[in-house]
Ligand binder design. Structure first.
Ligand code: HEC
Length: 91
């Protein structure tokens, strides 16, 4: 009886560890997607496809917020990427 419950505990622990690993790995993949590129990188890589990359100090904070919303669709960025990029442009 004692060895049976030890086996059970071992099984439960490895199952738990397995689930934990899956959760950790998934959250890594998830955060890599969002955190892979900095605002500066997103700006440098996406904004000169169509025109010269405007420098951060060429527009005011409010202008950058509006431009960010406008150019997000053009550069096909998601909201998270746009926020990071606008954060870089307005820092
Ligand atoms: C698919 C092409 C394309 C991409 C990518 C793009 N833009 Fe633009 N951008 C345009 C066009 C076209 C205009 C002018 C017409 C307009 O405002 O829609 C413009 C206008 C602008 C203007 C206004 C310029 C001025 O002198 O008034 C700014 C600032 C700007 N873009 C910033 C950016 C930033 C920052 C990014 C990166 C997220 C970006 N753009 C990505 C096409 C693009």
């Amino acid at each position: 009886m004692k060895s049976y419950s030890v086996k059970n505990i071992t099984w439960a622990m490895s199952a738990g560890l397995g689930i934990l690993l899956v959760v950790i790995m998934n959250s890594c993949v998830e955060s890599q997607k969002g955190a892979a590129k900095s605002g500066a990188q997103l700006w440098a890589e996406n904004c000169q496809r169509c025109h010269n990359t405007p420098s951060p100090n060429s527009f005011s904070h409010d202008q950058w917020v509006t431009i960010g919303i406008h150019m997000q669709t053009r550069a096909q960025l998601n909201a998270k990427e746009r926020n990071k990029m606008v954060g870089f442009l307005t820092q």
